[in-house]
Design a protein around this ligand. Structure first.
Ligand code: GDP
Length: 332
């Protein structure tokens, strides 16, 4: 059963069948134990394919794209994706949506937001998996990336939202992290700086069109100056450019900067970065699995109501409560 399914999927993926790709991604996203075996087998086999991106840094470009809701991410991705497919690339779009983790709802990756790209035969858009923890979503996204890459997608864009854990997660799975922002000055600038500094490889001040263009250029200059002060000599200082996802103006220049960042890493640097990401991903998988086991532990369930009541009543301190839960878990 598993062998047949995996063979069918592999054949479909390699021949670029969208239906089989979608099926494969559904499989790797699944948290059901009965799907895990097939997913593992599929991913192992994909890793053996000659163009496997896990081992070949010359393969797909993995680019994270982030920014607050409303900054214009989906409009930008639509413009960028269309320019890239017109230039002969195959573009995959994946999403890591923290709101889907908490609420099951989604602010990202909604297909209908990218109509043109969704209808493009050389683009494949996948909304954020809505199940489970951020770690689980990250696992699903990383594995979906492997499916896309095996199917010959040479650019994978991973969209995420906000400044927070989801961005750190996405930065840990891409080669280049692109941050979209809006023209802002002074205090607001201070507010976004820290998060940007640590993660962004390229920054684009978006919506630089019409009346906003001058303001955007000013903001870009200010931000570039601030970044230069903080980054050390010889370090990659994230370039700050302006663009308009709506008109498509200078979106190609943003992409040029992404390419430059990749060149700066070099083949070896990229290979090292990906290897380190694999190691970090390994531990993320372990943490995720442990969290899952903890949640499903019968022994923990057996004591957790008592522990909860005792903590709420002030009869048990948090460290002692934690000890009791862990002791219960260890008996399993
Ligand atoms: P997201 O939430 O970051 O994905 O943002 P959207 O792409 O959905 O865009 C939010 C709003 O901003 C929409 O009304 C867009 O039409 C508008 N918008 C997006 N990009 C631009 C742009 O480059 N220029 C202008 N003027 N408006 C834009």
């Amino acid at each position: 059963m598993v062998v047949e399914l995996v063979e069918t999927l592999l054949e479909g993926i390699r021949s670029g069948s969208r239906a089989q790709m979608a099926r494969a991604i559904t499989l790797v996203e699944s948290t059901a134990p009965r799907h895990r075996e097939a997913a593992r087998e599929l991913l192992t086999r994909l890793a053996e394919t000659p163009n496997s991106a896990a081992t070949n840094p010359k393969s797909a470009m993995r680019v994270g794209i982030s920014g607050v809701p409303g900054v214009g991410k989906s409009t930008f991705i639509e413009a960028l994706g269309s320019q890239l497919t017109a230039a002969g690339h195959k573009v995959g779009v994946l999403a890591v949506d923290p709101s889907s983790v908490r609420t099951g709802g989604s602010v990202l990756g909604d297909k209908t937001r990218m109509n043109q790209l969704a209808a493009d035969p050389n683009a494949f858009i996948r909304p954020s998996p809505s199940a489970g923890t951020l770690g689980g979503v990250a696992r699903a996204t990383t594995q979906s990336m492997a499916v896309l890459e095996a199917a010959g997608y040479d650019v994978v864009l991973v969209e995420t939202v906000g400044v927070g854990q989801s961005e750190v997660t996405v930065a840990g799975m891409v080669d280049t992290f692109l941050f979209l922002t809006l023209a802002r000055t002074g205090d607001q600038l201070q507010g976004i700086k820290k998060g940007i500094l640590e993660l962004a490889d390229v920054i684009a001040v978006n919506k630089a069109d019409g009346d906003r263009e001058m303001e955007a250029r000013g903001a870009a200059r200010e931000l570039a100056g601030a970044l230069r002060l903080v980054r050390g000599h010889g370090e990659w200082a994230p370039p700050v450019v302006t663009c308009s996802g709506l008109t498509g103006d200078r979106v190609d220049e943003v992409w040029d900067q992404v390419q430059l960042h990749r060149d700066h890493l070099g083949v070896e640097g990229l290979a090292r970065k990906r290897a380190e990401q694999q190691l970090e991903f390994t531990w993320a998988l372990v943490r995720d699995e442990l969290a899952q086991r903890l949640r499903h532990s019968k022994a923990v369930r057996a004591v957790q109501d008592d522990v909860r009541a005792a903590v709420l009543a002030g009869d048990l301190t948090a460290p002692l409560a934690a000890d009791r839960l862990l002791a219960a878990y260890d008996t399993e």
